[in-house]
Design a protein around this ligand. Structure first.
Ligand SMILES: NC(=O)c1ccc[n+]([C@@H]2O[C@H](COP(=O)([O-])OP(=O)(O)OC[C@H]3O[C@@H](n4cnc5c(N)ncnc54)[C@H](OP(=O)(O)O)[C@@H]3O)[C@@H](O)[C@H]2O)c1
Length: 311
């Protein structure tokens, strides 16, 4: 039995509540873990709202929030390869366990061991922000020296993309509101404050010929504003807005498997992929943690902890 934070029906933050739940029994291809750290992501509140109910598999209520975690394996279901009881692991709760909880089940093919030297806090941010950053830049496939605009640089995915892009030798400009400047510049990015005026003009002051690629984390009107900055619209990769195809760009192609997680962990150990964790909340503060992300202006990654962990 452990604490979990979730919802009994779709809706706004008012439908969220803590409840006790028995430890989930790991099914075929699942591992039960003690959750040490859980990542907080925009998709968590979108799933709670019911706006993307096609993505939740019609699972029964109550549902527990959260889709990524790091912790240690307590038990294995059938057909689990490569993970043993006691292993420190990180991965996706794709089968509906939810990770804002003291224990949960992760999908074993979408879970990997945490390599020695990598903290649980960083590992918990790799399934969503970390591998998304790798996938977006791989899909863009730009060589060192090319120019890339990261639209929405200050959030969980944006800072991870920016740091990785700089590590690959790209010349990076990031957009965000004024408070994101110091974070963007700290990872080696030139910054455009979208709240200060004309984003396109400010970006052209930095690269008059425009950009070789754009990674967009914002979508909507903001995406449409920045697209003219790219020389070839096929080199616009959007992470959250599928309507990018109407503009000639591409939606990110995601790889969620163990190999992808292991690769992200190696890059994190090498120091080129480290999502910037700016807020670590105890599980009891899950409401405040998700509110920060739901307000749409989070800095870096927000995580929840149910244990004393290294950061
Ligand atoms: N397809 C996938 O597998 C996948 C994976 C991960 C995330 N996503 C999606 O990708 C998006 C970003 O995720 P995230 O985790 O990075 O979100 P996040 O941590 O909430 O960050 C979003 C950032 O965008 C900034 N922003 C908002 N309006 C902006 C504008 N007009 N111009 C520039 N920046 C703006 C926000 O702060 P400021 O406004 O203060 O700068 C904030 O820092 C979400 O839609 C998420 O659902 C998709």
């Amino acid at each position: 039995m452990g604490q979990a934070w979730g919802f009994r029906r779709y809706g706004g933050p008012e439908v969220q509540e803590f409840f006790d739940r028995p430890d989930p029994v790991p099914g075929r291809g699942e591992v039960l873990i003690r959750v040490d750290v859980a990542g907080v992501n925009p998709l968590d509140h979108l799933l709670r709202s019911g706006l993307v109910s096609g993505l939740d598999g019609g699972r029964p209520f109550p549902r527990v929030l959260g889709m990524e975690a790091a912790g240690s394996v307590l038990a294995r279901g059938e057909d689990v390869d490569g993970l043993e009881v006691g292993d420190a692991v990180f991965g996706f709760a794709l089968t509906g366990g939810g990770t804002y909880a003291e224990t949960t089940v992760l999908s074993a093919p979408h879970t990997a061991r945490i390599p020695a030297g990598l903290s649980a806090t960083v590992a918990a941010t790799l399934p969503v922000a970390g591998t998304t950053a790798v996938d977006a830049l791989d899909q863009l496939g730009l060589p060192a020296g090319a120019t890339v605009l990261v639209n929405g640089v200050g959030g969980g995915v944006g800072l991870a993309v920016a740091r990785l892009a700089v590590g690959r030798g790209l010349r990076v400009v990031g957009t965000g509101s004024a408070g994101k400047r110091e974070y963007a510049e700290a990872v080696g990015v030139r910054f455009v404050d979208y709240s200060a005026g004309d984003v396109v003009a400010a970006a052209r002051e930095l690269f008059a010929d425009g950009f070789d690629g754009i990674v967009d984390l914002v979508g909507g009107a903001s995406l449409r504003t920045v697209v003219p900055l790219v020389r070839d619209p096929r080199n616009v990769i959007a992470v959250g807005d599928v309507s990018v195809s109407e503009l000639g760009g591409r939606f990110v192609e995601r790889r969620l498997d163990r190999e992808s997680l292991e690769r992200a962990a190696r890059l994190a150990l090498d120091g080129v992929l480290a999502p910037v964790v700016t807020a670590v909340h105890p599980l009891a503060d899950a409401p405040a943690a998700l509110t920060t992300v739901e307000n749409g202006h989070a800095v870096g990654k927000v995580v929840l902890t149910s244990a004393e962990v290294d950061q």
